[in-house]
Design a protein. Sequence first.
Lengths: 265, 310
Amino acid sequence: MSQRVIKEILSQEEIAPKHFKMVIDAPEIVEGAKPGQFLHLKWVDNIGGDPLLRRPISINDMDKDSGELSIIYRVLGRGTELLSRLSKGDKVDIMGPIGKGFSIPKEARKVVVVGGGMGIAPLYPIVKELLNKDREITLFLGGADEGQLLNLKDYEEMDLELKTSTVDGSHGYKGFVTDLLEEALDGADYIYTCGPEGMMEVVQEKAKKLGVKGEASLEERMGCGTGACLSCVCKIKVGTKDDWEYKKTCTQGPIFPVEEVIFNG
Amino acid sequence: MAKVNLEVDLNGLKLQNPVTTASGTFGFGPEYYQYVDLNRLGGVMVKGTTLNPKQGNATPRIAETPSGMLNAIGLQNPGVDHFLKKILPEIRDYKFETIVNISGNEVEDYAKLASKLNVEGVGALEINISCPNVKKGGLAFGTQPEMAASVVQAVRVETDLPLITKLSPNVADITEIARAVEEAGTDVISLINTLLGMKIDINSQKPILANKMGGLSGPAIKPVAIRMVYQVAQAVQVPLIGMGGISNADDAIEFFLAGASAISVGTANFVNPEVTMEILDGIEEYLVEKGYRDINDIIGKAIEKKNNIV
């Protein structure tokens, strides 16, 4: 059940250049939220409706006991720029939690998780949940530099196999995260991925080759966040042939079976 | 709170209150059930419906602009048969009037749609005349008085349902189109549809929308919409449904004063999914505060009465 609430910011900090982490006190949202869901969020004082629209931002972490949740986002335009100027005590207008979350099939004993850049942000809750359920995890994180490897410190303390890559070589393997994948995928029985479409397309291809199914979290320009406006549609395969249909990233996603997504469509 | 009358009668189309939702911004209604008491709405103009299912345009379909947004969805919808079979049964028991927005590319499309939709549970039809007429090289029906009238006439023959004709603002003289569709038999006129616009990404040096051009909506277009409602209110006798950038009760009241008998909320639903309820409450508060007992008492108040009319 999604709802709209106006909530106080508990803290906000720049965790890497242009990357901000905001902690919000929102027990009503946290209560029903599942890994992979997102918030549709806006600042309260957009006088005159500028900037007009909400921003879809994934939940990076949530604590059912304290009712706190956090988001991590990158400043890309005026909307996120204005969000980044808010601080403790300011309020944000939240719709959420929105979308279908990730699922954890019984047969997914040995899983591979692949995150790239901002796509790492929505993966933290599902990794925690997978660990709670005693699944064996190999986690791949890729970014331009070490700063983009979100939640790196947290992951380093977790009981999982962590593999990192950076384009500039500042952490882990120098190059793309997808270069490292094949070995881990061999023998895996499920995959979770989020990141740039180019990256996910390679993940899809490699997973398909080895017959590994899984889930991808998508991002699209979004309007309403309720499934009404049909702005955020993505191409999803239907049937066995090359048929596809537009599905709504907001309410029918943002999680889709990775093998069914038509990337860069 | 003192009770005020909010019911409006649009030439036979009775709405329990004048707050409706604009086509394309509210789905079929249930999309908003988590945020809105749907039974409190006056009417829902459902997603633009065509004879056959439509996939719509490629993405990106949306772009944000100063105090507004551009959209080029391309009328993605499941088609009229699916609407009748699957969707109408789900929404017909709500207290709002179900107003089906119909679109076509030939006059015959509209006529066939009207004929199929002549069923119980449909409260009215809203004719979207902003669509391209394939027989006239893609010129929008709503840009020429004769073409606009031909659509309304074709629909009028097929149905006794109240007809609302939705005008395009992308014309030189909107009163000319308004008179033509009134003459052709529309019961109500709704205005305005979106203004044609465009946005270019200076880094990729290409238009942002896959469709290149799109419809501008949101607070940015409200002054244009108010002006057009004000002009059309004085040009025709039929009641008007005003829309274009309504974001709060004050905006809605401006439309009533300009001559609209009801209003539609569009893009604001994206910004605040609860906005229709806030607008409804705000209209009532305004009336009470100003000492009115009836919404109908403020309709067209901003229009100066001519000397020869009592």
